[in-house]
Design a protein around this ligand. Structure first.
Ligand code: GTP
Length: 203
């Protein structure tokens, strides 16, 4: 029997409580959204297989609780992750300021070569925006990582964000084997990101 996938990548979502980590995963894995807030207890995961560069990539996406009291449990899962998605809420400045602490937590707990991605979620709530796109763009550049504004509610950029991270992991694993890097530079993504940003603010 043919193998159902070519690669299995483990991804992890981290960020403050209430920024929308669970909703992003449910949108990505089940194409669904629920506005009732049920805070995650500990850790959970969902699976979706995507097609990238002709390869079937099975993504095992781990959802962590943002609440401080679960930190000991959740940080134990950092080590096994190949990609970590840092999420803040564009209507909550504190959740953006805390990204620096989440970055620190990655440094302390994750594997050295882990791919990171920054997401500003809830971009459907433009009227309540507190974090400007440019601020997050600057932070992402300082850390040399990609950045998307997303909405789990309107489905904006959710597939794009997960696929982009999976592609970077795939290219990295390929280049590790062949000794060269095919990863498009982060600046090359600017044009498409800008397009998505305007789409985002129109929602
Ligand atoms: N408007 C809007 N609301 C969202 C979006 N994503 C999540 N929410 C709402 O934000 C609240 C929190 O979402 P969750 O996905 O549970 O947040 P979380 O980050 O998993 O929270 P913890 O489990 O406590 O860490 C819920 O009421 C969601 O409906 C979004 O893109 N837009």
């Amino acid at each position: 029997m043919a193998k159902a996938y070519d690669h299995l990548f483990k991804l992890l979502l981290i960020g403050d409580s209430g920024v929308g980590k669970t909703c992003l995963i449910i949108r990505f894995a089940e194409d669904n959204f629920n506005s009732t807030y049920i805070s995650t207890i500990g850790i959970d995961f969902k699976i979706r297989t995507v097609d990238i560069e002709g390869k079937k990539i099975k993504l095992q996406v781990w959802d962590t609780a943002g609440q401080e009291r679960f930190k000991t449990i959740t940080t134990a899962y950092y080590r096994g992750a190949m990609g970590i998605i840092l999420v803040y809420d564009i209507t909550d400045e504190k959740s953006f300021e805390n990204i620096q602490n989440w970055m620190k937590s990655i440094k302390e707990n994750a594997s050295a070569g882990v791919e990171r991605l920054l997401l500003g979620n809830k971009c459907d709530m433009e009227a309540k925006r507190k974090v400007q796109r440019e601020q997050a763009d600057k932070l992402a550049r300082e850390h040399g990582i990609r950045f998307f504004e997303t909405s789990a509610k309107s489905s904006t950029n959710v597939d794009e964000a997960f696929s982009s991270l999976a592609r970077d992991i795939l290219l990295k694993s390929g280049s590790r084997r062949s000794g060269n890097s095919n990863k498009p530079p982060i600046t090359e993504l600017k044009t498409s990101d800008k397009k998505n940003a305007s789409k985002c603010s129109l929602v």
